[in-house]
Design a protein around this ligand. Structure first.
Ligand code: NAP
Length: 320
């Protein structure tokens, strides 16, 4: 079976792939073009897609009888793949849950602390040579210890953020999720997003992307938040109505935002770049060598199981 690795991967992952499978490696780091998306389905048995590779219904419609049987996604988020459309033409999808959890929660903490304590703004001031020295009222931020934290999407990453905030910072955790969670620490499930928005000082977004969560947080959510509160998004950009977020920040409805993902990634609106109270990271959630290696190994575990006809360790269910 021919496996297409659509991006350069950590050396250990590429070495294992080449030792175990008939591999073709793509050199580009850019998402697959329309032509490449089609070729993925016609020229290979197994493909490793990742973020930005838009396997949407039109691609499967072009190739109704694909050679490809497995899309072994590199990443836990698979909203770029229409899983039902894939399944309809006999293509199975797997992902890499768990390998990404702690690293992504750590980036959420980075964003919470940088935004609350104005670290980006301070760093820019120092680098610009504009710092005139310490004084008692200089650059006062939001003290995070003991604050109320709201998690939107209490899954693996949401729980890892909540755990860090509870044990590390004594925060009072609230959350919204589709189901009630049994957690090993106190946390209150809110009845609605508005209830969570109104009662929290810090909101962290950790739901999957996709049609169900598109613009889950918009103008209503931001107007319900408190004026001193901050919002952090490590999930997917289009979970937030970015234009509404920009308006809320410009109007002072919320105090700041920390973003790892963007609605039209990698395009970051000039309005966001212009605001000092916004922390902007380039989708760094899982960007550590051992994490990317673990993700790659998980992809290959799924490929190996598929080739051997065994049950797939990380099968994505079309119903989500
Ligand atoms: P997960 O374990 O599946 O958790 C997702 C949570 O969201 C679940 O608790 C789920 O509730 C909840 N949820 C789903 N739809 C919802 C809705 N409409 N309203 C409220 N809650 C909803 O996934 P994960 O491993 O934590 O990953 C979450 C997402 O983070 C990924 O899908 C990916 O897009 C993103 N991510 C980003 C990065 C990055 O680099 N920035 C890295 C990794 C992942 P139930 O449990 O009740 O179903």
């Amino acid at each position: 079976m021919k496996l297409w690795l659509t991006r350069p991967l950590p050396p250990e992952v590429e070495a294992r792939a080449e030792a175990e499978f008939d591999v073709e490696k793509r050199v580009s780091t850019a998402p697959l073009s329309a032509d490449e998306l089609r070729r993925a389905l016609t020229d290979y048995d197994i493909v490793m897609p990742t973020l930005g590779d838009r396997f949407q219904p039109d691609v499967f419609a072009h190739v109704p009888a694909p050679r490809c049987r497995l899309l072994a996604n590199f990443g836990v988020g698979y909203n770029h793949i229409d899983v039902a459309a894939a399944r309809a033409v006999g293509v199975t999808v797997t992902n890499t849950p768990g390998a990404v959890t702690d690293a992504t929660a750590d980036i959420a903490m980075t964003l919470i602390l940088m935004t609350a304590r104005r670290a980006g703004e301070g760093e820019r001031m120092v680098r610009a040579g504009a710092w005139e020295g310490w004084h008692p009222t200089q650059m006062l931020g939001l003290h995070v210890t003991g604050r109320k934290l709201g998690i939107v999407g209490m899954g693996r990453i949401g729980q890892a953020i909540a755990r860090r905030c509870h044990y590390g910072f004594g925060m009072d955790v609230r959350y919204v999720s589709r189901s009630e969670k049994a957690l090993g620490f106190p946390a209150t499930r809110c009845d609605s997003l508005t209830d969570l928005a109104a009662s929290c000082d810090i909101v962290a977004v950790a739901v999957p992307g996709g049609a169900e969560t598109h613009h889950l947080l918009g103008a209503d959510f931001f107007s319900a938040m408190q004026r001193h509160a901050i919002l952090v998004n490590i999930a997917r950009g289009d979970v937030i109505d970015e234009a509404a977020l920009i308006s809320a920040l410009q109007d002072g409805q919320i105090a700041g935002a920390g973003l790892d993902v963007y609605e039209f990634e990698p395009v970051v609106p000039e309005a966001l770049k212009a605001m000092e109270n916004v922390t902007l990271l380039p989708h760094l959630g899982t960007a550590a060598l051992n994490v990317r290696t673990d993700m790659g190994m998980m992809v290959l575990d799924n490929v190996a199981a598929f080739v051997a006809g065994r049950a797939l360790p990380n099968l994505v269910n079309p119903s989500g």
